[in-house]
Design a protein around this ligand. Sequence first.
Ligand SMILES: [Zn+2]
Length: 56
Amino acid sequence: MNRWFCMDCRNKVQIDRHGRCGTCDSEAVILAEHQNDVNGSVSEVRMDAPTPQACA
Ligand SMILES: [Zn+2]
């Protein structure tokens, strides 16, 4: 199972079938690749999609 990180929750979350945060329904979720936790370092974070606004 993929792990996702919500920029709003600032925590690892699960996404629903629409690709949104399952906790707060935010679209600001990114795929958190499996790696060692590094305290205070989030340099690997990258945003792929520019948050489509079409389907509101
Ligand atoms: Zn969230």
